[in-house]
Ligand binder design. Structure first.
Ligand code: SF4
Length: 363
């Protein structure tokens, strides 16, 4: 296995590294936050969130003590909300078990909630200089091309081999350079060795790249074909109080998708159900209320990583029952103008936009 690429890669990173806010800091909390936000999310999207989040929660102690609604509001729109909940749970662990200071080794970092091998390696190497490897989607692609791997990288056995490769390569990285080396690999994958059309002519390691030599870069990494993304229809109720002054919103349970976010209550349409039947059933199950399903208001589309939804919103009135949380963690009556103060999913935010910008508009 060639290690020749390491020095040119490091030199390229030193000369070309993008000036990103978290690269101006050696504070482990800042580096941890950036690594969590960057999972599954583009750098340009992360930057404003990162800056606002640190302004609101400048220390691990602030994050540990934050009210959940505050936390979710800061994360609103960034997606993968379990990251925010895990981040706070881990901050509470850091305060309780490590005196408020992030642990300094990858092994200890991995004991924190939501911190896997990748994140632990990134923090330990960048913040503390530990020669701990990283392997994310960008690094997998770079390795698959550098070494012209023909194995399917979606298999766990191939990932294990690649982790071993990452560990072996780390022995050839100059002492004190592990953090830069890991960041360089990720940055190469992000900016040059892109999934489609890698810019091999500008690549600092093309001389050592086996896929480039074999002209197979467009076929690497090898990945099994993905199954088509499933689609589900979902309903939600815009439930007004008797005076039509307040709307009922419910908070999703922490252990569910979008946990900790507020929503217009409702749920997935089952086989053979009409939208109205679904909504009546869901509101009975979730909140113990019997409703009249009135006018259809708006339809919105949204794509999550593993499925797509079409969300149909209907106006509803309560006929019977006092709202009680059977499948939510909290509910409230809220004035329409105050909806902006709560953290909602992107799909529900489109409904709020509609409410603020009527008449009828389909997304
Ligand atoms: S030469 Fe091309 S395929 Fe190889 S690492 Fe560089 S950008 Fe990727």
């Amino acid at each position: 296995m060639t290690t020749e690429f390491i020095i040119p890669l490091l030199r390229w990173f030193e000369e070309q590294a993008a000036d990103l806010p978290w690269r101006r800091s050696r504070n482990p909390y800042h580096i941890w936050l950036s690594e969590v936000m960057l999972q599954q999310t583009q750098v340009a999207t992360v930057i404003p969130y990162y800056e606002r989040f640190l302004a609101r929660f400048p220390t691990v102690h602030d994050l540990a003590a934050a009210p959940q609604d505050d936390l979710m509001k800061q994360w609103e729109g960034l997606g993968y909300y379990s990251r925010a909940r895990n981040l706070q749970a881990a901050a509470q662990q850091v305060v309780a078990d490590f005196g408020g200071e992030l642990p300094t080794t990858a092994a200890e970092l991995e004991t924190l909630k939501g911190v896997g091998r990748y994140t632990a390696g990134a923090i330990a190497s960048i913040a503390f200089g530990e020669p701990a490897p990283v392997l994310d989607g960008n690094v997998i692609r770079v390795f698959a091309r550098l070494f012209d791997y023909t194995e399917d990288v979606s298999k766990q056995s191939t990932k294990n081999t690649l982790w071993q490769t990452a560990e072996d390569l780390m022995h050839a990285v100059p002492v004190g350079q592990a953090g830069n080396y890991n960041q360089a690999l990720m940055e190469l994958g992000r900016t040059i060795c892109k999934p489609r059309h890698p810019a091999c002519e500008q690549c600092p390691v093309s001389a050592d790249c086996q896929a480039y030599a074999n002209d197979t870069q467009s076929q690497r990494p090898v990945k099994a074909a993905k199954a088509p993304t499933p689609h589900v229809d979902v309903t939600c109720g815009l439930i007004w109080d008797a005076q039509r002054e307040h709307l009922l919103i419910a908070k999703r349970p922490d252990d569910k998708l979008l946990g900790g976010l507020w929503e217009f209550p409702g749920g997935k349409v089952e086989d053979g159900e009409t939208m109205e039947q679904c909504l009546a059933r869901e509101l009975q199950e979730e909140l113990g209320i019997t409703v009249a399903v009135d006018e259809f208001m708006v339809r919105v589309h949204h794509a999550y990583t593993h499925f797509r939804i079409t969300l149909y919103a209907y106006e509803c009135r309560i006929l019977e029952g006092e709202p009680t949380c059977y499948a939510c963690s909290e509910w409230r009556w809220v004035r329409q103008a105050d909806l902006q103060n709560y953290a909602f999913s992107r799909a529900d935010r489109k409904i709020i936009e509609y409410l603020l910008d009527r008449p009828n508009r389909l997304f």
